[in-house]
Design a protein around this ligand. Structure first.
Ligand SMILES: Cc1ncc(C[n+]2csc(CCOP(=O)(O)OP(=O)(O)O)c2C)c(N)n1
Ligand SMILES: [Mg+2]
Length: 289
């Protein structure tokens, strides 16, 4: 099953080209291709998918963005409990291993930006984290990712090292953090005192339609992961409700890693009306201020 990115409502240039040519490419390669327009269409392809295994053939089901991008509050009852890691959770003294989050991403972004100083830099994960941040409080010194999923902390450590007088906040998601946790020991190695990773954990790939991540399925605990990678326990916080968040925000920059559990709900905000070049140029110019 392939995501037919670019075919509708696509602002990213590279994806538009892909969307336009992929069907023709597959036909030229003589690969049987069918289009899935809505998630309800998938069931009707059960027999075709079985044939792939039985006849050992290649079949592509090109899924329109309509299949994925509907935002639904699918996992609000999720408690983020990882029972087989309880022993370690006690060892690293994290009390909030079982949580039932009440805030959404946009609630958290409002509270965070209201409590940051005007010069703090934010590097925002691709998708709704960037879109919602732009919507609640756009600043030229905020960098909105439009690609490079999984690289937000890598960008953050680079900027933190070369802008030691600025405070940098990185907005990770559970999905992006699971994709590239390898950056964490690099951050420990450099231990910049001007970088804070804020991981907005909604247990899902929220920006692509709230498919559950392995975090949601209860296999992982980031509090143990980051401790294992050498982050200092006193510089780590788990947040699951607004009163804890408000108690922490005056001292945000004292932390290296803040995990905030949120409900998997995307706000109804439009796309960012800036090209990737405009976002980059504006951000770079703001550094020289
Ligand atoms: C390499 C790559 N893989 C996948 C995507 C599609 N993609 C964009 S955002 C996203 C989900 C992000 O999930 P998470 O980091 O948890 O943030 P959330 O949207 O849930 O806040 C995915 C899968 C992409 N742009 N690039
Ligand atoms: Mg997520």
């Amino acid at each position: 099953m392939a995501s037919w990115r670019g075919v509708i409502d696509e602002p990213i240039a590279a994806q538009k080209i892909f969307g336009r040519v992929v069907e023709k490419l597959l036909t030229a390669l003589d690969i049987e291709t069918h289009i899935i327009d809505e998630s309800t269409d998938i069931a009707s392809f059960g027999d075709k998918i079985l044939q792939v295994y039985e006849q050992r053939k290649v079949l592509v089901l090109l899924c329109s963005p309509r299949v994925w991008t509907k935002s639904q509050d699918l996992y609000s009852e999720k408690t983020f409990e990882v029972s087989h890691l309880k022993h370690y959770q006690e060892e690293v003294k994290q009390k909030n291993c079982t949580v039932n989050p009440s805030m959404t991403r946009i609630d958290v972004l409002k509270d965070l930006t209201d409590n940051m100083t005007k010069k703090d830099l934010i590097i925002a994960n691709i998708g709704f984290p960037a879109r919602e941040l732009y919507h609640v409080n756009d600043q030229s010194h905020f960098f909105y990712m439009t690609g490079s999923f999984g690289q937000v902390s890598a960008i953050g450590i680079g900027i933190a090292r070369y802008q030691p007088n600025k405070q940098i906040y990185v907005l990770e998601g559970d999905g992006s953090m699971l994709m590239s946790p390898g950056i964490l020991p690099m951050i420990t190695a450099y231990s910049p005192n001007n970088l804070t990773i804020i991981c907005l954990n909604n247990g899902s790939y929220g920006s692509t339609g709230n498919q559950p991540t392995l975090y949601n399925l209860g296999f992982i605990d980031f509090s143990i992961v980051v401790h294992g990678f050498g982050f200092q326990p006193s510089k780590f916080a788990n947040i699951s409700d607004r009163s804890n968040l408000m108690a922490l925000v005056p001292n945000l920059s004292d932390y290296q890693f803040i995990q905030i559990f949120i409900r998997p709900l995307n706000a109804e905000v439009g796309k960012i009306p800036l090209t990737p070049k405009e976002i980059g140029d504006r951000f770079m110019n703001s550094m020289s201020d």
